[in-house]
Ligand binder design. Structure first.
Ligand code: SF4
Length: 694
């Protein structure tokens, strides 16, 4: 129960849950946070919020928080509380010792999409300037890395094209593999407002999400495809648009590479991509598919919004490119009301990718092989940068199992719980000589750690988050860090203990360095953010006011690039032993693995994940509402209660993954996106049967 006092002061800051990036007024009584009030001048939310941002901040005071650093010589020993000085010294000595023995590439870092831009920038800088390698990766690896690849290949940069307000000019909205009412509620409200004004909606999702039919809103088409067949459905829509002559030739001739378009048009025109052939593959009726394609192409401004139901597949990058093709084909890019928009899950997925977290890219999505780009950072940092890309998270773990990778600094991510193939992650961590976990709570990964560095919450630090519309929002310190240091200070302590000589005294200085080295941020500084509230990158000489909409006069890469997107079935197949397909998602009141939302003093939060199963599939298995069932895949098994619903089609089951007991990643496969290694969380062949419970 939260005791409410009378607020005596307030601080404007940004929600640390989802990629909408709502602004809040944190109201305090002295140093006690009393309530979070949605800020009416927040550009992303305009006074709106969801239940998480408004109420789920109690975890900052939760008794589970670790406030003192801890170390241990080996993971079979108990933790020992030590001073910050001893913990940082221990970590630095271990990492240096590993590098001396096993080489400079034997250690690496993982950045967090929950942390600020400034913190993320420093962690990748730690790898590049102090460890002297490019072994830096981010938790975006397991969510939106295909967005980075797919939009980079087609448009030239990894970012949504629109601001959220743009949806108020949309005539046809397409939602693919996303559930905005649960995942991005404040954006969903704005979309619903536009739908109530008469805009049309197409939903492409295996499950009947709320937007398909809710109060005053009904989708024109719900294409309930078989999980894993996104590419086939989107390509079939392109088939209809091309073969019926509904494409925007003027746009394509002026803005895209015409030769590549011709090759693409020939590819999609093939009869194997017709709605009739696609129906057999995807389960989507040909008539509905054809009608949806015609509506998107001819219904006015068409805007596509997508989520992890697009990216977390073995063809995640291919689907992102297929979506980009569709937008270019119809000229739905570069003005109000149109575009391609990834709905980012975590608060700072966009920012963590912008800040150079990936092992092949320096800040601003510039390849480490580019000597001119390296020279900018070499001049700023006073060191030489390795021109070879580093290791992705799965490669770090593989190398650890092989004895080549020995030390990891992991900030704000629980890879043991979040990443696929739990056994392999555990084996990789167990093989390392120094695992440093920097987090709020003793998470599952910490079971394999030698150093635990207590993290600070978003309420306890200054910085910026970048939301899904590229909007850089200020995060302001509401209270002193309970652990003693903000996260950026802890990274600096570690870097300096390894000889770095960094002297940042405020995150604004880190942002100044980002602006000096990263063209899209050239005009961004804290004084400007104070004055204007927020700004959308690119913000530089070419766009001093920022860029609400991208690719207005031309694509970042020059000509838009059509890419042939051949559908390749996932290697995960159903069969007699595992006849159903499992897909996963979120609910409104919980967040990811629930580390924060489960630690709020509020009894309305849901308390367990359930398995949605179609009544027909339940009946043949003797399963009734609320019964315990065993959910088994080729990888493992777990137990859940059943919920009978026709939200899922026969042959498909669905669950959320917010509770550790669900162990969703014991079930999922180790297949991943061909381009980025993003895990295929959304397609797992399973069997369901009655059980006695966990
Ligand atoms: Fe926070 Fe997202 Fe909810 Fe806004 S919509 S309050 S950013 S969780």
């Amino acid at each position: 129960v939260i005791e409410l006092g009378t607020p005596t002061r307030s601080v404007i800051t940004t929600c640390a849950y989802c990629g909408v990036g709502c602004s809040f007024k944190a109201e305090l009584n002295g140093d006690e946070l009393v309530r979070m009030v949605p800020y009416k001048h927040g550009a992303a939310n305009r006074g709106h919020s969801c239940v998480k941002g408004r109420f789920a901040w109690g975890y900052a005071q939760h008794a589970d928080r670790i406030l003192n650093p801890m170390i241990r010589d080996s993971i079979d020993q108990p933790w020992r509380e030590v001073s910050w000085e001893e913990a940082i010294g221990f970590a630095a000595a271990r990492l240096r010792g590993i590098q001396e023995k096993h080489g400079r590439k034997s250690v690496g870092v993982i950045t967090s999409s929950r942390c600020t831009n400034e913190e993320t920038y420093l962690v990748q800088k730690l790898a590049r300037a102090v460890f002297r390698n490019n072994n830096t990766d981010t938790c975006a690896r397991v969510c939106h890395s295909p967005t980075g690849y797919g939009l980079g290949q087609t448009f030239g940069t990894s970012a949504g094209t629109q601001n959220f307000d743009s949806v108020m000019h949309t005539d046809v909205a397409v939602i693919i593999g996303a559930n905005p009412t649960d995942g991005h509620p404040v954006f969903a409200s704005r979309l619903k407002k536009r739908l109530r004004q008469g805009a049309k909606l197409i939903v492409i999702d295996p499950r009947r999400i709320d937007l398909v039919k809710s109060t005053h809103v009904e989708a024109a088409h719900h294409l309930a495809l078989r999980p894993g067949t996104n590419v086939a459905v989107v390509t079939a829509m392109a088939h209809v648009i091309v073969t019926e002559g509904l494409f925007d030739e003027d746009f394509i001739r002026s803005r895209c590479d015409w030769d590549e378009f011709e090759e693409y048009a020939e590819f999609v025109s093939d009869v194997r991509h017709s709605p009739e052939m696609t129906e057999m593959l995807t389960g989507v009726p040909a008539d509905a598919l054809r009608a949806a394609a015609r509506l998107y192409a001819t219904g006015g401004n068409g805007a596509i919004y997508y989520g992890l139901g697009v990216t977390e597949h073995s063809q995640g990058s291919t689907t992102v490119m297929a979506i980009a093709n569709l937008a270019m084909l119809t000229g739905n890019i570069g003005r109000e009301g149109v575009g391609v928009n990834p709905l980012r899950g975590q608060n700072n997925v966009q920012g963590s990718c912008d800040m150079g977290s990936f092992p092949h890219e320096l800040p601003g999505y510039r390849h480490v092989k580019n000597a001119d780009v390296r020279a900018i950072f070499e001049a700023a940092w006073g060191i030489e940068i390795d021109p070879e890309p580093g290791l992705r998270i799965p490669n770090m773990l593989d190398a650890a199992v092989d004895g080549q990778f020995k030390g990891l600094y992991c900030q704000g991510e629980d890879i043991l719980q979040s990443d696929p193939d739990t056994k392999h992650v555990a084996a990789g961590l167990a093989a390392m000589e120094c695992v440093i976990v920097h987090d709020l709570f003793l998470n599952e990964t910490a079971n394999y750690a030698h150093v635990f560095l207590p993290g600070s919450t978003f309420l306890e630090k200054d910085g910026t988050f970048t939301n899904a519309e590229r909007r850089i929002n200020r995060v302001r310190k509401v209270m002193a860090p309970r652990n003693g240091y903000a996260d950026w200070e802890i990274t600096q302590l570690l870097a300096n203990a390894m000889g770095a000589g960094w002297h940042y005294t405020h995150p604004s200085q880190i942002m100044d360095e980002i602006a000096a080295t990263t063209p899209g941020f050239a005009h961004v500084d804290y004084a400007m953010l104070e004055e204007r509230g927020s700004v959308q990158w690119p913000c530089n000489d070419a766009a001093p006011e920022g860029s609400p909409i991208m690719h207005v006069d031309g694509f970042v890469r020059g000509k838009g690039r059509f890419i042939v997107t051949e559908y390749v079935a996932t290697e995960e197949r159903t069969g007699p032993r595992f006849p159903l397909l499992l897909t996963t998602g979120r609910i409104l009141s919980q967040y990811n693995v629930g580390a924060q939302t489960r630690r709020t003093a509020n009894t309305v939060w849901h308390t367990e994940d359930v398995l949605e199963i179609h009544p027909h599939d339940a009946e043949v298995r003797g399963i009734t509402e609320g019964a315990w069932v065993k959910l088994a895949s080729r990888s493992g098994e777990t137990a859940l209660r059943a919920h009978l619903t026709d939200r899922v089609s026969p042959g498909v089951v669905y669950t959320t993954f917010h509770h550790p007991g669900t162990q969703a990643n014991v079930i999922t496969t180790d297949y991943s996106d061909w381009a980025t290694n993003c895990p295929e969380y959304k397609v797992t062949a399973v069997q369901v049967g009655l059980s006695n419970g966990p």
